[in-house]
Write a protein that binds this ligand. Structure first.
Ligand SMILES: *[C@@H]1O[C@H](CO)[C@@H](O)[C@H](O)[C@H]1NC(C)=O
Ligand SMILES: *[C@@H]1O[C@H](CO)[C@@H](O)[C@H](O)[C@H]1NC(C)=O
Length: 480
């Protein structure tokens, strides 16, 4: 029986290992983490992350061939294959601060593996890491090897949050990078044998280590760039009367471009896009490719621009002041069907609204009040280091309320901002919402989820990203 141990029970490690356990009944999978609270949650009915279909998969395998444990060393010692899926946040200080990946957790995982191992191991990089990390990890392991043979593989995960289980069941491709030596290729085949239990063989790509590491960064950078590209066009649409939905649809009909990932929005978020681009920028700079570094930086600049453009639109439309006004924020997660708020555009938008002295009332079907307060009081990047959490400022607390219902959030509000594309926001009773709001009632749709015409008929002043402007908004001062 092959034994797999995964270090790190987060958004990648948890779902990936659950699916491996489900699809490979002959493999024993143990997910380990030093956080007792997180492991307890994985062992309970209230899993620590929300992901459609995940509960089902965990329920089917937990206690059979899927286990969650805090006994990290015991399970590393027993495993044949060790996945390392720990946080690789952006460094907040020192060399490469704000850009380079912080490999502290990775390095300590490698040292621990070297300490406890007594048999040969395949060590798999699952978290996104900078190119050439495998080489560094290999050095740590082999310098302490005591005659043990370690093979390092890179197996980046391409799942998207919100559709993780479907993506894992039916991946576009599985990528495995390894050394070209006979031992390296043997390790590649061992991992490939796990995936081909359910993934067609022709979807498993094997490459050298650095190609696999770089592919993950490149894929995320190119995906994020598609969003920034369409978002940069959305500003032009508003100014000229073009409709971004029509433009994106027609552009996407070109088979060389394709229809996916062309939705204009208030901006992209999530733990990966920005981090991976910054990483790519850093690596380009390290090798002296400044033009390439600057090229990728613009993807983040457009994303920041889109968020501030949205806030400016809200403020300018509402007579240039939000002081004493209530703004309802619908949606806080970085995308629908997840409770993940890392790098969500809602953080920057809410901070912008608060800076203009608005009171905000937030509703998201999956994000807790605690999480929202924490996100709004932390500085950028701090979410990765809860230890450095700063005390909440009392004035922020007073101006932010969190409700568990969209109708409660919008009651008495002067304006609404939709910041996540949750399906339920499409089906709300907007007449009822309108009746309970201050007039004129403003709605700013940052995800293009509402029917603009219908809402205008009800009486709302509606702004929707990249759509022809409401005549009301047209007479307000131009927004840059
Ligand atoms: C934008 O175009 C889409 C697709 O043609 C259409 O359904 C929508 O009503 C348009 N929106 C506006 C505000 O014109
Ligand atoms: C993105 O656009 C596509 C194509 O227009 C549409 O089918 C899809 O529902 C949109 N996704 C979101 C999240 O709005």
């Amino acid at each position: 029986m092959v034994k797999i141990c995964c270090i790190g029970a987060g958004y990648v490690g948890g779902p990936t290992m659950a699916v491996i356990a489900l699809k490979c009944p002959a493999v024993e999978v143990v997910v380990v983490d030093i956080s007792v609270a997180r492991i307890n949650a994985w062992n309970s009915d209230q899993l620590p992350i929300y992901e459609p279909g995940l509960d089902d998969v965990v329920r089917q395998c937990r206690g059979k061939n899927l286990f969650f444990s805090t006994d990290v060393e015991k399970h590393v010692f027993e495993a044949d294959i060790i996945f390392v899926s720990v946080n690789t946040p952006t460094k907040t200080s020192g060399l490469g601060a704000g850009k380079a990946a912080d490999l502290t957790y990775w390095e300590s995982a490698a040292r621990m593996i070297a300490d406890v191992s007594k048999s040969d191991k395949i060590v798999v990089e699952k978290s996104t890491v900078p190119v050439k990390t495998a080489e560094a990890i290999e050095k740590i392991l082999t310098h302490n090897s005591k005659g043990i043979n370690y093979q390092i593989l890179s197996n980046p995960e391409f799942l998207a949050e919100g559709t993780a289980i479907q993506d894992l069941f039916n991946p576009d491709r599985v990528l495995i990078g390894g050394r070209k030596t006979p031992e390296g290729q043997k390790a590649v085949q061992a991992l490939k044998a796990v995936y081909t239990q359910w993934v067609p063989e022709d979807r498993v790509i094997t490459t050298n280590l650095w190609s696999a590491e770089l592919t993950k960064l490149a894929a995320n950078a190119i995906l994020a760039k598609r969003i920034s590209s369409i978002n940069s066009i959305s500003a032009l649409c508003e100014a000229t009367g073009a409709n971004i939905t029509e433009v994106a649809y027609s552009v996407g009909k070109d088979s060389r471009i394709g229809p996916k990932f062309l939705n204009a929005s208030v901006g992209f978020g999530g733990s990966c896009f920005q981090k991976d681009i910054l990483n790519l920028v850093y690596i380009c700079e390290c090798y002296g490719f400044l033009e390439a570094a600057n090229y990728w930086k613009t993807v983040i600049k457009i994303n920041d621009y889109q968020k501030s453009r949205f806030v400016n639109r809200v403020v300018a439309s509402m007579f240039n002041t939000l002081s004493g006004k209530k703004i309802a924020v619908l949606g806080f997660a970085f995308k629908k069907d997840t409770g993940d708020t890392r790098e969500t555009p809602a953080i920057d938008v809410c901070k912008g609204l608060l800076a203009d002295k608005a009171s905000i009332s937030i509703y998201d079907p999956q994000v807790t009040e605690d999480q929202i307060q924490r996100d709004l009081t932390m500085n950028k990047f701090d979410w990765d280091h809860p230890i450095h959490l700063q005390p909440m400022s009392p004035t922020t607390v007073k101006k932010v309320s969190v409700t568990w219902d969209a109708y409660e959030a919008t009651k008495g509000a002067h304006g609404i901002c939709i910041l996540t594309e949750w399906d339920e926001f499409k089906g709300l009773d907007y007449q009822k919402i309108y009746d309970n709001m201050q007039k004129p009632a403003f709605l700013f749709d940052g995800r293009n989820v509402v029917d603009v015409e219908k809402l205008r008929e009800i009486g709302f002043v509606v702004y929707s990203i990249g759509k022809p402007l409401d005549t009301w908004l047209g007479v307000m001062p131009a927004v840059v």
